[in-house]
Write a protein that binds this ligand. Structure first.
Ligand code: AMP
Ligand code: MG
Length: 410
């Protein structure tokens, strides 16, 4: 057996960055920026009003109050997207809508709630005094032109997309989103919709892994199910990593077929095809892992037990694939939590990962309890869990003791 850290280091040694590509802004969510983004336009691009109301000269409101209203003629209406037909003169008002440009000559906006319409709306009464600049959002108030808004290495969030859209950016240079293919293997597997024949089970690993990839910001590619047949596995793996394939993948996941069984052909095929690291990692669940580079493409042969395939994905495949995309934080975040109940284990030379529920306390600390059955075939607890408790070799942790937890939702 090798340690978790050694296994991760062997994988990382083979992992490189994906190519830099230009993508439409709308497709850039979650990708890592490879350029500086400069605001070539000021935001906002012109002085505009933050309120619906009347553009005026502030001095004209100096005497105005609820009891001594000042009446001004309304000489124009300025809607968002239009400009005033002429400059505003002293002693005039223009009706103006939020976002519309401030008319030349005006230096304040009085909001509609502080006015009263008169004479069929041809004039307006001001009911309050407003200062110069009132409710005016000046040019460049958010971002002056020429500002470097984001640097290379930024992980693009919806907020970044909004800012880039507001400065007129339509495409960005990023590290490509990884396309990752997923196979499941096993003669016993069937999909939903067909009755289970004796000895058959549903294929749950493939939908789970495809969803985990999507959640990790990766483009998942469903490559289907393979029988426990050496020739078929060989053909399928070759076709999947073929550099001339119509839509080549950047990494490949398989589940099942990497243990010691008579029909565990995945590791055999991988070892014949390329350079294979078949590892027995000192962790539970997910001890067996086949990892190899096939024509330059990392292939992760994950174990078949449903919980094992997820834990193996979390510890090995997810960080590696996110590193390929240039993510500055490829791994799940971890926290220290206080165990609400004993999280027990036996001494076996391995690090154990237990599915737990963690919840924050008002003082910022975290509590953890078991999410349910911990067998590697017991997937149901994974649906409740939002963390993997890391239990080093030993007896586990007692109630009230500290335990490190990898957050599955961060
Ligand atoms: P294996 O690693 O192929 O020996 O599989 C280990 C265990 O995981 C067996 O009980 C398999 O039936 C089960 N298993 C393998 N692949 C899947 C899958 N895609 N979905 C659900 N269970 C699976
Ligand atoms: Mg199998």
């Amino acid at each position: 057996m090798i340690s978790l850290e050694d296994a991760q280091a062997r994988i990382n040694a083979d992992i490189g960055l994906l190519p830099v590509v230009t993508v439409p802004l709308a497709e850039s969510l979650g990708l890592v920026l490879q350029q500086e983004v400069v605001a070539n336009e000021p935001i906002p691009p012109f002085d505009n009003t933050a309120m619906d109301g009347f553009a005026i000269q502030a001095a004209d409101s100096a005497e105005a109050s609820e009891t001594t209203p000042v009446t001004l003629p309304v000489v124009a209406t300025v809607a968002a997207g239009f400009v005033a037909p002429r400059p505003l003169e002293s002693g005039e008002a223009m009706r103006i809508m939020t976002g519309a440009p401030i008319p030349e000559g005006a230096d304040a906006v009085i909001m509609v709630e502080l006015t009263r319409p008169v004479a069929g709306q041809e004039s307006v009464q001001l009911l309050a005094t407003v200062p110069v600049g009132n409710h005016i959002r000046p040019t460049g108030d958010d971002l002056p032109a020429g500002t470097v808004v984001f640097g290379s290495g930024t992980v693009i969030t919806p907020g970044h997309i909004g800012v880039m859209a507001s400065v007129g950016v339509s495409e960005v240079s990023v590290l490509r989103r990884a396309r990752v293919g997923v196979f499941s293997t096993g003669d016993e597997l069937v999909d939903a919709g067909v009755p289970l024949a004796p000895g058959q089970i549903r294929d749950s690993n493939r939908p789970t892994l495809l969803a985990l990839l999507r959640e990790a910001g990766v483009e998942p590619v469903d490559l289907g199910r393979l029988p426990d047949d050496e020739a078929a596995i060989d053909r399928a793996l070759r076709a999947a990593v073929d550099p001339d394939a119509a839509a080549p993948v950047d990494a490949l996941l398989t589940s099942g077929g990497v243990s010691m069984g008579d029909f565990d052909f995945v590791k055999k095929v991988l070892s014949e095809l390329g350079e294979l690291n078949w590892m027995q990692v000192a962790i539970k669940p997910a001890k067996p892992l086949a990892f190899g580079m096939l024509f330059g493409i990392p292939v992760f042969g994950l174990p078949g037990n449903p919980v094992s395939s997820v834990v193996s994905f979390e510890l090995f495949a997810r960080p590696a694939i996110r590193s390929m995309m240039g993510m500055p934080d490829p791994e799940r975040r971890s926290i220290w939590a206080i165990a609400d109940e004993p999280l027990l284990r036996s001494i076996d030379g391995k690090v154990h990962f237990q599915r737990v529920v963690v919840a924050p306390e008002p003082d910022g600390s975290w509590r953890a309890h078991s999410a349910g059955g911990q067998g590697s075939h017991q997937l149901s607890a994974l649906a409740t869990a939002n963390g993997l408790a890391v239990l080093p070799d030993g007896d586990g942790v007692g109630s009230g003791q500290r335990v490190r937890v990898l957050q599955l939702d961060r």
